[in-house]
Write a protein that binds this ligand. Structure first.
Ligand code: HEM
Length: 207
């Protein structure tokens, strides 16, 4: 779980950086999406990414089952010393999965198989207009609201998951654990603010 989780974190960083072109240059963003959907190396990485997501989800289900089997009766005195983030990893993870299905259906499937408008690239050749597709999607309040809620929950998932992954791979030390926890929170906040900025910016800019 730790390794697939950290791998998925690295995907989020790359995805966020790629999306920045949505703010700077629509043509560059369309060229970036064309590159991502046609480059053979990226296609291989896509398979690795799907495998990463699936392994992470299967491991989560197995871990939850093992935890329940180890503690079939709940503690009578559960003093809730653990954080909300850590107690709700299953819930936040499940909602992120639902979000991911909606996200891939609109953008990934929409780009590959949907009725997408055409624009022109820097050389004047036709190119699929992913920029407008994102713009239209985020002009709808309900759609942007789903993104905002899902990304806040993703932030919560990362806030616990990041530091937990380092503990799982054996990096647990009185001296380093507080720093790793702070780094995890900083990472979660940066990813949350980064991704949330797209639906908020595009919704407000089209009011
Ligand atoms: C809110 C901001 C987001 C925007 C504007 C956005 C936009 C896009 C777009 C345009 C695509 C299709 C083209 C491409 O591969 O770049 C895509 C694919 C994808 N997105 Fe997002 N995304 C956002 C957030 C997220 C989040 C939070 C996750 C994960 C939890 C995510 C996971 C994915 C995955 C797995 C793919 C498929 C990647 C692939 O086929 O290589 N996205 N996204």
């Amino acid at each position: 779980m730790a390794l697939t989780g950290l791998f998925l974190c690295s995907f989020l960083v790359i995805h966020l950086i790629g999306n920045v072109a949505l703010f700077t240059d629509p043509v560059q963003f369309n060229e970036y999406t064309r590159f991502m959907s046609s480059n053979p190396l990226i296609r291989i990485m896509e398979i690795v990414l799907v495998a990463g997501f699936l392994t992470h989800i299967i491991d989560a289900v197995l871990l939850t089952k093992a935890n329940k089997a180890a503690q079939p009766v709940k503690y009578a005195m559960d003093n809730k010393k653990s954080s909300w983030y850590s107690r709700n990893m299953g819930l936040t993870g499940s909602i992120i999965l639902v979000f991911l299905i909606i996200h891939l259906q609109s953008f990934w499937y929409g780009y590959k198989f949907g009725a997408i408008e055409m624009a022109v690239d820097t050389s004047g050749a036709p190119i699929k207009d992913m920029y407008t597709m994102v713009l239209v999607a985020f002009s709808q309040l309900w759609y942007s609201a789903i993104y905002v809620v899902a990304i806040l929950l993703l932030g919560s998932h990362l806030n616990h998951g990041f530091q937990s992954a380092f503990q799982s791979i054996g990096l647990r030390h009185k001296k380093y654990t507080p720093t790793i926890k702070k780094a995890g929170t900083a990472f979660a906040v940066a990813i949350t603010l980064g991704f949330i900025s797209f639906p908020i910016y595009f919704y407000i800019s089209q009011l």
